[in-house]
Write a protein that binds this ligand. Structure first.
Ligand SMILES: [Mg+2]
Length: 279
């Protein structure tokens, strides 16, 4: 692809990215994209994480990556603006404990948790909510350190859970939808969230807050990224070691999503460099 190299091209873009399985590999490593993240930060191109992670987890990532951009947490449950200057915040917002402000989009976890138990009872099954797992089970299931697992358990806008063995996610998604709720499948957990919140609706709110109305490049790897990818101007799917997620393959085949050249940070950096004409 022959695109002229120019920071002026890059400045027209807003990069919105999933973290786990997309920018981060399964060991939470993003080192192959670290130099590019520094360039984007220097050029003022926002790289907005849009993730199932909690605010505390994303704050750690932002510090490690050297990013000052807004971030979307808990599958679209809220948008944090650590540096709100330069953004149009005409939506209800409140001070964020981590600094800046937070725009709530979903329902608080305390409201969602009893609804998860109702869904399990109706399906005559058991769900294991992340908050009910012991720290040992949680570190074993996530590969996180005990400190990282503790941050991951501090949910405000979603209830992550694990299905009982043999339970099909499709039945859970369908019942949740019939009850006016939403269940999204991530890499390690399913997530119960409010019906009016997902990554795509969070992207819409982010666009409304962008006075420059920049073009959105979105990157994801899982079905829970589909609303984000569908809402973007350019959508990139990051494959795993076995190729793209099976549920994203039809949209790739249809040309709606581009497939990155490699898994995780390597494919991420390659795709962003190409589309932002930084090569
Ligand atoms: Mg992911």
């Amino acid at each position: 692809m022959n695109i002229p190299s120019s920071p002026a091209v890059a400045s027209q873009w807003l990069v919105v990215t999933d973290l786990d399985g997309t920018l981060l590999d399964h060991a939470y490593d993003f080192s192959a994209a670290a130099p590019l993240l520094r360039v984007l930060e220097e050029q003022g191109v926002p790289v907005v994480p849009c993730t199932s992670k909690t605010a505390e987890e994303v704050e750690q990532f932002q510090a490690a990556a050297g990013l000052s951009s807004p971030y979307i947490v808990e599958n679209g449950g809220a948008i944090h603006f650590p540096h709100p200057e330069g953004w149009l915040l005409d939506m209800p917002h409140q001070p964020s404990p981590g600094g800046g402000v937070v725009v709530p989009l979903g329902w608080p976890s305390q409201r969602l948790r009893p609804l998860l138990d109702t869904l399990a009872a109706e399906l005559d099954t058991r769900f294991f909510a992340l908050e009910d797992l012991s720290l040992a089970d949680l570190t074993a299931h996530t590969g996180l350190s005990p400190e990282g697992a503790a941050l991951a358990a501090r949910r405000h806008w979603s209830v992550p859970f694990v299905l009982a063995e043999g339970q099909a996610i499709e039945a859970v998604e369908a019942l949740a939808a019939a009850r006016g709720l939403k269940v999204l499948q991530g890499n390690r957990f399913a997530h119960l969230i409010a019906p009016g919140s997902d990554k795509g609706l969070a992207l819409e709110a982010l666009r409304r807050a962008d006075p420059q109305r920049r073009t959105v490049l979105a990157l994801g790897d899982s079905p829970n990224d589909q609303a984000l990818l569908d809402g973007a101007d350019q959508a990139i799917v990051i494959p795993g070691a076995d190729g793209p997620h099976p549920r994203l393959r039809p949209a790739i085949a249809a040309g709606d999503y581009q497939l990155a050249s490699a898994p995780h940070a390597v494919g991420w950096a390659d795709a962003v460099t190409t589309w932002l004409a930084l090569a």
